[in-house]
Design a protein around this ligand. Structure first.
Ligand SMILES: NC(=O)c1ccc[n+]([C@@H]2O[C@H](COP(=O)([O-])OP(=O)(O)OC[C@H]3O[C@@H](n4cnc5c(N)ncnc54)[C@H](OP(=O)(O)O)[C@@H]3O)[C@@H](O)[C@H]2O)c1
Length: 290
Protein backbone atom coordinates (compact mmCIF):
# COMPACT_ATOMS: atom_id res chain seq x y z
CA UNK A 1 0.00 0.00 0.00
CA UNK A 2 1.15 3.56 -0.78
CA UNK A 3 0.95 6.35 1.82
CA UNK A 4 0.47 9.92 0.58
CA UNK A 5 1.17 12.78 2.99
CA UNK A 6 -0.28 16.30 2.45
CA UNK A 7 -3.15 15.03 0.24
CA UNK A 8 -4.80 18.47 0.55
CA UNK A 9 -1.70 20.39 -0.56
CA UNK A 10 -0.92 21.58 -4.08
CA UNK A 11 1.62 18.83 -4.80
CA UNK A 12 0.15 16.12 -2.56
CA UNK A 13 -3.37 16.49 -4.05
CA UNK A 14 -1.95 15.96 -7.54
CA UNK A 15 0.05 12.93 -6.37
CA UNK A 16 -3.10 11.55 -4.76
CA UNK A 17 -5.23 11.95 -7.87
CA UNK A 18 -2.58 10.39 -10.14
CA UNK A 19 -2.01 7.37 -7.87
CA UNK A 20 -5.76 6.92 -7.32
CA UNK A 21 -6.07 6.37 -11.10
CA UNK A 22 -3.55 3.50 -10.87
CA UNK A 23 -5.99 1.55 -8.64
CA UNK A 24 -3.10 0.77 -6.23
CA UNK A 25 -4.13 0.39 -2.56
CA UNK A 26 -3.79 3.85 -1.09
CA UNK A 27 -3.78 5.54 2.31
CA UNK A 28 -3.56 9.23 3.14
CA UNK A 29 -2.63 10.96 6.37
CA UNK A 30 -4.56 14.20 6.63
CA UNK A 31 -5.35 16.73 9.37
CA UNK A 32 -8.95 17.23 8.24
CA UNK A 33 -10.50 14.37 6.27
CA UNK A 34 -13.41 16.62 5.25
CA UNK A 35 -10.99 18.36 2.83
CA UNK A 36 -10.40 15.18 0.79
CA UNK A 37 -11.96 14.86 -2.68
CA UNK A 38 -15.46 13.43 -2.27
CA UNK A 39 -15.03 10.83 -5.01
CA UNK A 40 -12.21 9.18 -3.03
CA UNK A 41 -14.11 8.86 0.26
CA UNK A 42 -14.62 5.15 0.94
CA UNK A 43 -12.15 4.18 -1.81
CA UNK A 44 -8.97 4.95 0.14
CA UNK A 45 -7.72 4.41 3.67
CA UNK A 46 -7.60 7.56 5.82
CA UNK A 47 -5.59 8.25 8.98
CA UNK A 48 -6.52 11.58 10.52
CA UNK A 49 -3.87 13.81 12.14
CA UNK A 50 -0.57 15.49 11.33
CA UNK A 51 2.15 13.41 9.68
CA UNK A 52 4.56 15.22 12.04
CA UNK A 53 2.86 13.65 15.07
CA UNK A 54 4.68 10.49 16.32
CA UNK A 55 1.58 8.42 17.11
CA UNK A 56 -0.23 9.49 13.90
CA UNK A 57 2.66 8.67 11.57
CA UNK A 58 3.35 5.34 13.33
CA UNK A 59 -0.31 4.39 12.80
CA UNK A 60 -0.25 5.63 9.19
CA UNK A 61 2.79 3.49 8.29
CA UNK A 62 1.20 0.12 9.20
CA UNK A 63 1.19 -2.17 6.11
CA UNK A 64 2.72 0.54 3.93
CA UNK A 65 5.52 -0.24 1.45
CA UNK A 66 5.96 3.16 -0.27
CA UNK A 67 5.60 6.73 1.03
CA UNK A 68 5.22 10.15 -0.57
CA UNK A 69 6.83 12.41 2.03
CA UNK A 70 6.31 16.19 1.95
CA UNK A 71 7.41 18.37 4.88
CA UNK A 72 4.93 21.31 4.89
CA UNK A 73 7.63 23.85 5.83
CA UNK A 74 5.14 25.71 7.98
CA UNK A 75 5.91 29.47 8.01
CA UNK A 76 4.93 29.53 11.69
CA UNK A 77 7.82 27.18 12.65
CA UNK A 78 10.58 28.85 14.68
CA UNK A 79 13.19 28.10 12.00
CA UNK A 80 13.87 25.90 8.97
CA UNK A 81 15.40 23.08 11.01
CA UNK A 82 12.21 22.80 13.03
CA UNK A 83 10.06 22.95 9.88
CA UNK A 84 11.90 20.25 7.92
CA UNK A 85 14.27 18.18 10.10
CA UNK A 86 12.41 18.13 13.40
CA UNK A 87 9.07 17.73 11.59
CA UNK A 88 10.43 14.60 9.84
CA UNK A 89 12.02 13.00 12.95
CA UNK A 90 8.95 11.01 14.07
CA UNK A 91 8.60 9.66 10.51
CA UNK A 92 12.22 8.52 10.44
CA UNK A 93 11.89 6.93 13.88
CA UNK A 94 8.74 5.06 12.78
CA UNK A 95 10.38 3.81 9.56
CA UNK A 96 12.68 1.55 11.61
CA UNK A 97 9.85 -0.74 12.72
CA UNK A 98 7.82 -0.48 9.49
CA UNK A 99 7.69 -2.49 6.26
CA UNK A 100 8.37 0.60 4.15
CA UNK A 101 10.89 -0.05 1.36
CA UNK A 102 10.60 3.10 -0.80
CA UNK A 103 10.27 6.78 0.10
CA UNK A 104 9.92 9.69 -2.35
CA UNK A 105 10.49 13.04 -0.63
CA UNK A 106 10.00 16.62 -1.77
CA UNK A 107 13.29 18.46 -1.30
CA UNK A 108 15.34 21.17 -2.96
CA UNK A 109 18.25 21.82 -5.29
CA UNK A 110 21.50 22.83 -3.65
CA UNK A 111 23.49 19.73 -2.62
CA UNK A 112 27.13 20.82 -2.41
CA UNK A 113 26.45 24.54 -1.88
CA UNK A 114 29.10 25.60 0.63
CA UNK A 115 27.13 28.24 2.55
CA UNK A 116 23.98 28.15 4.69
CA UNK A 117 20.90 28.28 2.45
CA UNK A 118 17.94 28.33 4.84
CA UNK A 119 15.11 26.09 3.64
CA UNK A 120 17.45 24.24 1.30
CA UNK A 121 20.01 23.37 3.97
CA UNK A 122 17.24 22.02 6.21
CA UNK A 123 15.62 20.05 3.35
CA UNK A 124 18.96 18.39 2.55
CA UNK A 125 19.44 17.49 6.24
CA UNK A 126 15.99 15.91 6.12
CA UNK A 127 17.04 13.90 3.03
CA UNK A 128 20.13 12.59 4.86
CA UNK A 129 18.03 11.64 7.86
CA UNK A 130 15.51 9.69 5.73
CA UNK A 131 18.30 8.02 3.72
CA UNK A 132 20.00 7.08 7.00
CA UNK A 133 17.04 4.85 7.96
CA UNK A 134 18.03 2.34 5.25
CA UNK A 135 14.98 2.76 2.96
CA UNK A 136 15.41 3.25 -0.78
CA UNK A 137 15.04 7.02 -1.15
CA UNK A 138 14.55 9.46 -4.00
CA UNK A 139 14.83 13.12 -3.05
CA UNK A 140 13.02 15.32 -5.55
CA UNK A 141 15.55 18.15 -5.74
CA UNK A 142 13.19 20.89 -6.85
CA UNK A 143 14.24 24.21 -8.33
CA UNK A 144 12.10 27.26 -7.45
CA UNK A 145 8.46 26.55 -8.19
CA UNK A 146 6.71 28.43 -11.00
CA UNK A 147 3.67 28.21 -8.75
CA UNK A 148 5.27 30.60 -6.21
CA UNK A 149 4.07 33.42 -8.47
CA UNK A 150 0.46 32.63 -7.54
CA UNK A 151 1.25 34.09 -4.10
CA UNK A 152 1.53 37.45 -5.89
CA UNK A 153 -1.73 37.01 -7.82
CA UNK A 154 -3.36 39.96 -6.03
CA UNK A 155 -0.55 42.40 -6.77
CA UNK A 156 -0.28 41.17 -10.37
CA UNK A 157 -4.04 41.64 -10.79
CA UNK A 158 -4.06 45.09 -9.22
CA UNK A 159 -0.77 46.58 -10.45
CA UNK A 160 0.60 44.37 -13.29
CA UNK A 161 3.88 43.84 -11.42
CA UNK A 162 5.59 41.15 -9.32
CA UNK A 163 8.51 41.46 -6.92
CA UNK A 164 11.44 39.28 -5.85
CA UNK A 165 14.91 39.99 -4.36
CA UNK A 166 16.78 38.88 -7.50
CA UNK A 167 18.31 40.71 -10.46
CA UNK A 168 15.80 40.77 -13.31
CA UNK A 169 18.24 39.32 -15.84
CA UNK A 170 19.51 36.35 -13.77
CA UNK A 171 18.48 33.10 -15.47
CA UNK A 172 17.34 30.40 -13.02
CA UNK A 173 15.55 27.05 -13.29
CA UNK A 174 11.82 26.98 -12.42
CA UNK A 175 9.67 23.85 -12.24
CA UNK A 176 5.89 23.36 -12.21
CA UNK A 177 4.25 21.54 -9.30
CA UNK A 178 2.36 19.39 -11.82
CA UNK A 179 5.66 17.96 -13.10
CA UNK A 180 6.88 17.25 -9.55
CA UNK A 181 3.68 15.30 -8.89
CA UNK A 182 4.11 13.35 -12.14
CA UNK A 183 7.65 12.30 -11.24
CA UNK A 184 6.64 11.40 -7.67
CA UNK A 185 3.65 9.33 -8.82
CA UNK A 186 5.73 7.39 -11.34
CA UNK A 187 8.37 6.57 -8.70
CA UNK A 188 5.69 5.44 -6.24
CA UNK A 189 3.83 3.20 -8.68
CA UNK A 190 6.95 1.72 -10.38
CA UNK A 191 9.23 0.82 -7.48
CA UNK A 192 11.93 -0.87 -9.58
CA UNK A 193 14.59 1.39 -8.02
CA UNK A 194 16.86 1.01 -5.03
CA UNK A 195 19.52 2.86 -3.06
CA UNK A 196 19.61 6.60 -2.41
CA UNK A 197 19.63 9.34 -5.03
CA UNK A 198 18.43 12.86 -5.73
CA UNK A 199 16.57 13.73 -8.92
CA UNK A 200 17.06 17.35 -10.02
CA UNK A 201 13.74 18.82 -11.18
CA UNK A 202 14.61 21.97 -13.10
CA UNK A 203 11.78 22.59 -15.55
CA UNK A 204 12.47 22.70 -19.30
CA UNK A 205 14.71 25.83 -19.40
CA UNK A 206 16.31 28.53 -17.28
CA UNK A 207 14.50 31.87 -17.37
CA UNK A 208 15.10 35.30 -15.85
CA UNK A 209 12.27 37.13 -14.09
CA UNK A 210 12.31 39.72 -16.89
CA UNK A 211 11.81 36.91 -19.41
CA UNK A 212 9.01 35.52 -17.24
CA UNK A 213 7.35 38.95 -17.17
CA UNK A 214 7.49 39.01 -20.95
CA UNK A 215 5.86 35.55 -21.20
CA UNK A 216 3.17 36.68 -18.73
CA UNK A 217 2.58 39.78 -20.85
CA UNK A 218 1.96 37.61 -23.91
CA UNK A 219 -0.26 35.06 -22.16
CA UNK A 220 -2.28 37.55 -20.08
CA UNK A 221 -2.56 40.08 -22.90
CA UNK A 222 -1.43 43.08 -20.83
CA UNK A 223 2.00 44.44 -19.86
CA UNK A 224 3.41 42.74 -16.73
CA UNK A 225 6.59 44.09 -15.15
CA UNK A 226 9.20 42.53 -12.83
CA UNK A 227 10.58 44.73 -10.05
CA UNK A 228 13.63 43.71 -8.01
CA UNK A 229 13.21 44.34 -4.28
CA UNK A 230 15.84 44.48 -1.52
CA UNK A 231 16.51 41.41 0.65
CA UNK A 232 15.51 43.48 3.66
CA UNK A 233 12.12 44.31 2.16
CA UNK A 234 11.71 40.68 1.10
CA UNK A 235 12.31 39.44 4.68
CA UNK A 236 9.82 42.03 5.95
CA UNK A 237 7.27 40.94 3.34
CA UNK A 238 7.65 37.31 4.49
CA UNK A 239 7.03 38.27 8.11
CA UNK A 240 4.06 40.44 7.15
CA UNK A 241 2.65 37.39 5.37
CA UNK A 242 2.88 35.34 8.60
CA UNK A 243 6.38 33.83 8.60
CA UNK A 244 8.26 33.72 11.91
CA UNK A 245 11.46 35.72 12.15
CA UNK A 246 13.48 32.49 11.74
CA UNK A 247 11.56 31.31 8.68
CA UNK A 248 11.81 34.74 7.05
CA UNK A 249 15.58 34.72 7.70
CA UNK A 250 15.76 31.23 6.12
CA UNK A 251 14.02 32.56 2.99
CA UNK A 252 16.51 35.43 2.78
CA UNK A 253 19.40 32.97 3.12
CA UNK A 254 17.92 30.74 0.41
CA UNK A 255 17.34 33.58 -2.06
CA UNK A 256 20.85 34.90 -1.41
CA UNK A 257 22.25 31.46 -2.28
CA UNK A 258 20.09 31.25 -5.43
CA UNK A 259 21.33 34.70 -6.48
CA UNK A 260 24.93 33.52 -5.98
CA UNK A 261 24.51 30.43 -8.21
CA UNK A 262 23.25 27.59 -5.98
CA UNK A 263 20.57 26.49 -8.47
CA UNK A 264 22.95 26.52 -11.42
CA UNK A 265 25.34 23.86 -10.08
CA UNK A 266 23.66 20.86 -11.75
CA UNK A 267 22.61 20.37 -15.35
CA UNK A 268 21.11 16.91 -15.92
CA UNK A 269 21.59 15.31 -19.37
CA UNK A 270 17.88 15.81 -20.08
CA UNK A 271 15.13 17.96 -18.61
CA UNK A 272 12.42 15.94 -20.32
CA UNK A 273 10.93 14.68 -17.02
CA UNK A 274 9.76 18.24 -16.21
CA UNK A 275 8.32 19.38 -19.57
CA UNK A 276 5.86 22.08 -18.48
CA UNK A 277 7.02 25.39 -19.97
CA UNK A 278 6.46 28.67 -18.16
CA UNK A 279 4.15 29.77 -20.99
CA UNK A 280 2.03 26.64 -20.55
CA UNK A 281 2.01 27.11 -16.76
CA UNK A 282 0.84 30.73 -17.15
CA UNK A 283 -1.88 29.65 -19.50
CA UNK A 284 -3.15 26.70 -17.43
CA UNK A 285 -2.45 27.78 -13.85
CA UNK A 286 -1.85 31.53 -13.55
CA UNK A 287 -4.48 32.95 -15.89
CA UNK A 288 -7.37 31.15 -14.11
CA UNK A 289 -6.43 32.58 -10.68
CA UNK A 290 -6.05 36.18 -11.88
N1 LIG B 1 8.50 27.17 -3.00
C1 LIG B 1 9.58 26.69 -3.61
O1 LIG B 1 10.19 27.34 -4.47
C2 LIG B 1 10.05 25.31 -3.25
C3 LIG B 1 11.22 24.82 -3.83
C4 LIG B 1 11.63 23.54 -3.52
C5 LIG B 1 10.88 22.76 -2.66
N2 LIG B 1 9.73 23.25 -2.11
C6 LIG B 1 8.94 22.40 -1.20
O2 LIG B 1 7.64 22.22 -1.71
C7 LIG B 1 6.80 21.87 -0.61
C8 LIG B 1 5.49 22.67 -0.69
O3 LIG B 1 4.48 21.81 -1.15
P1 LIG B 1 3.03 22.33 -1.57
O4 LIG B 1 3.19 23.50 -2.45
O5 LIG B 1 2.25 21.17 -2.05
O6 LIG B 1 2.46 22.85 -0.17
P2 LIG B 1 1.03 23.47 0.13
O7 LIG B 1 0.17 23.53 -1.07
O8 LIG B 1 1.28 24.72 0.92
O9 LIG B 1 0.37 22.39 1.09
C9 LIG B 1 0.79 22.21 2.40
C10 LIG B 1 0.23 20.89 2.87
O10 LIG B 1 0.79 20.60 4.14
C11 LIG B 1 -0.25 20.38 5.08
N3 LIG B 1 0.20 20.90 6.36
C12 LIG B 1 0.51 22.19 6.66
N4 LIG B 1 0.95 22.27 7.94
C13 LIG B 1 0.90 21.01 8.43
C14 LIG B 1 1.21 20.44 9.69
N5 LIG B 1 1.67 21.18 10.70
N6 LIG B 1 1.02 19.11 9.86
C15 LIG B 1 0.56 18.34 8.85
N7 LIG B 1 0.25 18.83 7.64
C16 LIG B 1 0.42 20.13 7.45
C17 LIG B 1 -1.46 21.10 4.53
O11 LIG B 1 -2.60 20.45 5.06
P3 LIG B 1 -3.91 21.19 5.58
O12 LIG B 1 -4.90 21.07 4.45
O13 LIG B 1 -4.28 20.37 6.78
O14 LIG B 1 -3.54 22.61 5.92
C18 LIG B 1 -1.28 20.87 3.03
O15 LIG B 1 -1.74 19.57 2.69
C19 LIG B 1 7.58 22.14 0.67
O16 LIG B 1 8.10 20.93 1.17
C20 LIG B 1 8.72 23.01 0.16
O17 LIG B 1 9.86 22.93 0.96
C21 LIG B 1 9.30 24.52 -2.40
Amino acid sequence: MILVTTPTGDIGARVLSRIAQSERPLRVVVRDAAKLPRDLIGRIDVVEGSHGDPSVIAQALAQIDSVFWLPPGSPASANAKEAYVDFSRPFCAALASSQVRHVVGVSALGRGWPKPAGHVTASLQMDDMIAGTGVAYRALACASLMDNLKRQADVISARDVFYLPTAGNLKLPHVAKADIADVASRLLTQTDWSGVDAIPLLGPENLSFEEMASVMTTVLGRPIRFQEMSMEDFGGMMQAAGASEGMAAAMVEMFTAKNEGMDNMVEPPSRAITPTTFRQWCDEELRPVL
